[in-house]
Design a protein around this ligand. Structure first.
Ligand SMILES: [Mg+2]
Length: 190
């Protein structure tokens, strides 16, 4: 298990990690999710401090792209419709010159088990499925969507002396570009 001081990047599942797992299913097929602002602030702070952050989810929606773009995560680091998350995490690592041991991965359900085992630090929320709790290096005291992300990001940045808010930093990220639109259209990271 990699020490928090040596972590270089984060990778997160979405449902059950940034959310409590609930989705509001609309008549038109769209799914609405509720994100926690404290989680979001920590992700932005990680990005401002230069940490690559991957989003690896089985879901697919424009709102996932726009939400994480707004936190400073470029579209190429958002893997939607991920059926096997470990190859996607390996792809992310390769593009950023990282090894699996450098990365925290957070997941909460059966499709995340293999990736929890492979990452440098595999962590799951306390309401994760039993397979994840057995596979993870750490079971958090927090539930998904209830400051779970904030806790792991804040702890990591504090361990590295990087938990700082600089109001002069450019917080207004915008990656909503043509690549982003193309990715959503294809429904798949390319
Ligand atoms: Mg999940």
């Amino acid at each position: 298990m990699t020490d928090l001081k040596d972590i270089k990047a984060f990778a997160f599942d979405v449902d059950g990690i940034f959310t409590d797992g609930s989705v509001l299913a609309l008549d038109n097929g769209d799914l609405l999710r509720i994100f926690n602002a404290k989680d979001s602030f920590s992700v932005r702070t990680a990005r401002v401090n230069g940490f690559p952050v991957a989003i690896i989810t089985g879901g697919c929606s424009e709102s996932i792209i726009s939400r994480f773009n707004s936190l400073g995560i470029p579209s190429e680091d958002i893997y939607q419709m991920s059926k096997n998350k470990l190859p996607d995490l390996q792809h992310f690592c390769k593009r950023h010159g990282l090894e699996l041991k450098d990365v925290v991965f957070a997941g909460d359900d059966v499709p995340d088990v293999e990736t929890l085992k492979a990452a440098g630090l595999g962590i799951c929320p306390k309401d994760a499925c039993v397979e994840c709790q057995e596979a993870a290096d750490v079971v958090s005291d927090f539930c998904g969507g209830k400051r779970f992300v904030r806790d792991i990001v804040e702890r990591t940045l504090r361990a590295q002396g990087k938990w700082k808010f600089d109001p002069d930093q450019p917080w207004g990220f915008s990656y909503r570009d043509e690549v982003n639109a193309a990715q959503f259209k294809s429904g798949r990271h390319v």
